[in-house]
Design a protein around this ligand. Structure first.
Ligand code: AQP
Length: 333
């Protein structure tokens, strides 16, 4: 609880250009919490370096991600928007929580297994302890809800386990957070390999629709999306490509799968793919317009980063200090 208000926290890594997976699974939903919750939305640059980043790209994408947050409707006066590395308490609490996290439970994390297979030359300790830093991110703000895509559910669950373990030793320290997973758009799949999650770090740019892709590119990518040898637009086992396109269409339009099947009854995949591309481009156009405006004013973005970091630090400092006191660290401030 934050001064009698419930708290929402989430973050996005500036590890690539943001995709419609990030948008539909997470960012689009962030603003729906602003009325009822005190919201903290972070650009998690410290998480991004668990995979090698080109410094200039990381810097540029940090600005871009903040600008996209605002373009997606996050008003900085109603939400605390900031950059993770600007609030040192994240890393400090992360270290403490490492000492309350078991090697075995981290070994079971599917994202660690996937990413270490993908980056076999760089299986660093940060990749392994990523969920502990994420737990610190969440727990620092006494968070009640964490809006995320389904791929992050396991990380919120381990965060709950760590918080409960800490609370058992030192009662009433952390609020136990709940993941909030959208019913639709919780896992948008790759357009090229629809059994695999759409990811911003995918090397195949045609597998991914970026939030900032222009209209022609979006439509072209959907036209090339992998489907199957059937011709009927319907949701069924084994039709992963069509199921994914139906999910995307449904999430953008609010139509049910039954309505979509009726709408495209007697039409081919070509018509359907074009329609998915068009609704996606239409929905992203206003976000792209606003983004252009925010990204062009670097000074304003930096002022925003500073303001957000001050607001976040104020709360983070209180939680960290409470934790340090409970642990027995001497406090001389
Ligand atoms: N394909 C997706 N469908 C639905 N939600 C998704 N999210 C990511 N991909 C999809 C959600 O977006 C939020 C931010 O994700 P992240 O930046 O923390 O990292 P991630 O989950 O590892 O996302 P990516 O795009 O796959 O990044 P890379 O390629 O760098 O690993 C989270 O809430 C996530 O669930």
């Amino acid at each position: 609880m934050f001064q009698d208000q419930l708290v929402s926290f989430s973050g996005v890594q500036p590890s690539g250009n943001l995709t419609i997976g990030n948008y539909l699974g997470a960012i689009k939903n962030f603003s729906t919490f602003s009325e009822k919750y005190k919201c903290f939305y972070c650009v998690v640059d410290e998480h991004a370096i668990t995979v090698r980043q080109v410094p200039a790209d990381l810097r540029r994408r940090t600005y871009e991600t903040l600008a996209l947050y605002m373009a997606c409707g996050l008003d900085p006066d109603k939400n605390t928007l900031y950059v993770q590395s600007h609030v040192h308490e994240h890393a400090e609490l992360g270290w403490i929580l490492n000492c309350f996290t078991m090697f075995g439970e981290l070994s079971r994390m599917t994202q660690f297994k996937d990413k270490s297979a993908k980056h076999a030359d760089n299986i660093n300790a940060g990749l392994f302890t990523y969920p502990v830093l994420m737990a610190a991110d969440i727990l620092l703000y006494q968070t009640d809800v964490v809006p995320v895509g389904i791929d992050q559910k396991q990380h919120v669950e381990i965060c709950r386990d760590i918080a409960e373990r800490f609370n058992q030793v030192f009662p009433d320290t952390f609020t136990i957070p709940e993941p909030v997973i959208p019913q639709q758009g919780m896992k948008i799949m790759s357009l090229a390999e629809p059994t695999k999650k759409m990811s911003k770090s995918d090397e195949n740019v045609n597998a991914v629709v970026y939030i900032l892709d222009d209209r022609d590119t979006i439509i072209r990518k959907f036209k090339r999306a992998v489907t199957d040898s059937d011709t009927v637009v319907r949701c069924a086992d084994g039709k992963d490509g069509i199921n994914n396109l139906m999910t995307i269409y449904s999430t953008f339009t609010g139509k049910t799968f039954d309505e979509i099947e009726r709408e495209f009854d007697g039409k081919g995949y070509g018509d359907f793919k074009l329609a998915v591309g068009e609704v996606c481009a239409d929905a992203l156009a206003p976000v792209q317009e606003k983004y252009k405006c925010f990204i062009s004013d670097k000074a304003q973005l930096e002022a925003q980063m500073k303001k957000g970091a001050e607001e976040a630090s104020y709360v983070a400092r209180r939680t960290l200090s409470k934790v340090q006191k409970k642990l027995g660290f001497v406090q001389v401030r």
